[in-house]
Each structure stands twice: as C-alpha cells, then as structure tokens.
Design a protein around this ligand. Sequence first.
Ligand code: ZN
Length: 177
Amino acid sequence: MAELLPIIELGNPILRQKASFVENVHNWSIQKLIDDLMATVAKANGVGIAAPQVAKSHRLFIVASRPNPRYPNAPEMEPTAMINPRILANSTEMVKGWEGCLSIPGIRALVPRYEAIEIEYLDRNGKPQKQEFSDFVARIFQHEHDHLDGIVFLDRVESTLDIITEQEYQKKQGRGE
Ligand code: ZN
C-alpha cells in the first residue's frame, strides 16, 4: 500500500542538499518511495515531486502533469518516475512561466526556463529512457531537476516583482491572465 509522505518546506536544510545517485533502482525501498511519491503528489494536486521534498536525498522525481485545481491547464500524462535524470541538450530560447512548489506553499513566481530540452533517465524498471520535452512538461522537469541540486524556483526568478501570492495567482487565472 502506498503511503502519503509529509512534504518538507523551505528552511529545511535537506531541500538545499545535492541528492545522491540511485545505485539500485530495483531496491525495494526505492520502489516503495516511487509508489509513495506518486500517491503524495496526486493527493497534493502537484504536477511533480522530487524525493528531497519528502526528506529523501536521492536523485529521483515524479513528473505527473494533469489538470488539477492548482494547475487547471496542465497537459495530461501518465505519472512517470525519473531516476538519475540528466539534461542532455536545451533550446537557446527561454520562456517565463508561472510556477509553484509544494515545499513553498502560498507563493507563485514567474520563472525563466528552457523552452525545450532533451533528457535521459532510468525508468522504474531500470531501463534507460531518452525523451524530448517542451513547454509545460519541460518546465516541470527543470523545476524537479533543480530540487536534486538543492535549488528552488525562487532562486531562478529574475526580479522579486515576479513573485506573487497563491491567492493573487488564482485571481489572475480566473481573469484568464
Ligand atoms: Zn518544487
């Protein structure tokens, strides 16, 4: 049975650590962590979650884009565990878009990210996967990948003027901005 895990928040030093590579994807504790992260991100209306956010400093995250109350316009995809992920190439173009983070509740910010990336990772069966992502899913990947290096989205904002509250963000969404 998957368990819901407590999410740690900004200020907890684990969020600022560089996570370690996963040596054995087949290890039961890693497989259980994947199941638990999937349950936790779904319950929290997230579109991604990284292992350091539940105080497990491993290079592993879930990308689970789907429309939900926190991200009504997110594209639908099968929740995917990405282990030891790497960015192989990126577009020169960067685009600013709104992000939030389950570890930084109540805050949204406009964050510049590469528009498109080519990435690789091990899937939960230990099989290497290579994919290209663009737009919102590329944004999720870059946000989660940063968590593995102790970086949060607020570190990437160009100006503090690009930071707003969740409540103001929801009003903007309601106005279609
Ligand atoms: Zn986050």
